[in-house]
Design a binder for this molecule. Structure first.
Ligand code: SF4
Ligand code: SF4
Ligand code: SF4
Length: 427
């Protein structure tokens, strides 16, 4: 136990804990935009009458506990929202100074900011560059596709403002990733969306996140149905497959698509780098503006409140029995069809928040996106095996592109599927 003024000495359990991640929300769920699919905005109701501004005391406790618990190892300090830039630059200047105060000799700190980009200015970007922030920028594709759901509070479009923010990032040389949600509006345009990020935004790191909004049909949350803004399972699979095929023929080793990188890790027998594909959850908690810590950013609700950093150390919250039980539930609750699934090693039933479908046998708890994942993981199996073999033998995954380029249409596909190239990856 400790208070915000930090009376607990360095050491003890928190200094030896395995690495974990915290998504800090300094402005809580408050945002200057009103994206139609946003699941954050409704979280405002958890704190009626709240100011939604992280105090210096909470910020200090977060940074001190987070940095100390990683005990000299590299640590990521991540800010998300709502929209974190609403806190203003001075808040982040203090945050960087505090982090530097608590950094241990030789310890590497990476500052990460997830933003909608609309409030970024030259001054912001000079600051982000000078502290080597990694910025995640939310964009859903070219103008029409982006503006379909990413609207401001009055329902107006936001694309122009986001692109202005992106140019500031580029002009200042700030490292940035694109975070793109895949939804009912852009799901039919995978290659157009991917090429826009690659060619018009100059992005080298891209994350795709499926929009799955559910309306629960059972009081125990065991099943429900999706909203019209959600991507369907079939379209999610087709989207990933089309982007993968485009990437495989020209961008391996040049453009990093998080989903493909984590899949390659799985095919190489390594742990997945995305929590949604891990066997268990529990290593990434959400920190609200007032210091409350929840099991995950997708489970910010009364049932998943672990405690407050003003009263209990972050490391103790992450290793608490209730958080361990939350994490284990991901594996424990898999329906039978997942247990016998041939791509479970890569999928692991994906995120529990999306497990509201029924299996063919009527069992509850199947992931709504199952059919899409199955199609995608089966499609990438052969090339993933080939890339894993290349990497495991000390070669580069990108060599796969030369193999495909030299493939004759009527010869067996280099991926090893046994099909002719023209019917497989040589299409
Ligand atoms: S920018 Fe993010 S937090 Fe803000 S409304 Fe859109 S999805 Fe929600
Ligand atoms: S609930 Fe979903 S998002 Fe949260 S840690 Fe688990 S897999 Fe990741
Ligand atoms: S693909 Fe479907 S059945 Fe297989 S592990 Fe994933 S959710 Fe379960």
């Amino acid at each position: 136990m400790e208070s915000f003024d930090g009376t607990r000495p360095i050491g003890g359990r928190s200094a030896t804990l395995e690495p974990f991640q915290v998504i800090a929300k300094p402005a809580g769920a408050i945002c200057n935009l009103g994206c139609e699919y946003c699941f954050y905005l409704s979280k405002e109701s958890l704190y009626p009458g709240g100011r939604f501004r992280m105090s210096e005391g909470v910020l200090d406790a977060y940074l001190r506990q987070m940095i100390r618990s990683h005990n000299g190892r590299k640590v990521a300090i991540a800010y998300q929202g709502g929209e974190p830039t609403l806190m203003g630059l001075d808040f982040f200047r203090r945050a960087v100074a505090l982090a530097e105060r608590y950094r241990q000799p030789g310890q590497q700190i990476e500052h990460v900011l997830q933003t909608n980009g609309t409030l970024l200015t030259k001054e912001w970007c000079r600051f982000l560059k000078s502290h080597d922030f990694l910025v995640g920028l939310s964009v859903d594709g070219p103008r029409d596709l982006h503006d379909a759901f990413r609207r401001d509070k009055r329902g107006g479009p936001t694309f122009t403002k986001v692109m202005r923010g992106m140019r500031h990032l580029q002009d200042s040389g700030v490292r940035f990733n694109i975070l793109c949600t895949v939804n009912a509006a852009n799901a039919d345009s995978p290659v157009e969306v991917y090429r826009f990020f690659r060619d018009s935004c100059g992005a080298c790191f891209i994350q795709f996140i499926p929009i799955v909004e559910k309306r629960l049909l059972a009081a125990d949350c065991s099943h429900g149905e999706q909203s019209v803004r959600s991507v369907t399972p079939g379209k999610w699979g087709q989207f990933l497959i089309a982007v993968f095929d485009e990437w495989l023929h020209g961008d391996v080793g040049r453009v990093f698509v998080q989903m493909f990188e984590t899949a390659l890790a799985s095919w190489m027998g390594m742990p997945p780098t995305m929590c949604v594909f891990a066997e268990v959850c529990g290593r990434g908690v959400a920190l609200e503006h007032n210091g409350d810590v929840y099991s995950c950013d997708h489970f910010v609700d009364c049932d998943h409140l672990l405690g407050n950093v003003g009263a209990i150390d972050l490391a103790d919250l992450v290793s608490s029995p209730s958080q361990r039980s939350f994490g284990e539930a991901k594996r424990r609750a898999l329906p039978r069809c997942c247990l016998i699934c041939d791509v479970r090693f890569a999928c692991n039933g994906e995120c529990p928040k999306n497990r509201f479908a029924r299996t063919q046998d009527g069992e509850t708890g199947l992931n709504y996106l199952c059919a899409g994942y199955k199609a995608f993981f089966h499609h990438i199996d052969a090339p993933m095996r080939l890339m894993a073999t290349l990497v495991n033998s000390g070669r580069q995954a990108r060599e796969i592109m030369a193999l495909f380029a030299s493939a004759q249409r009527n010869e067996p596909c280099p991926c090893g599927s046994g099909q002719k190239a023209k019917r497989c990856h040589g299409r």
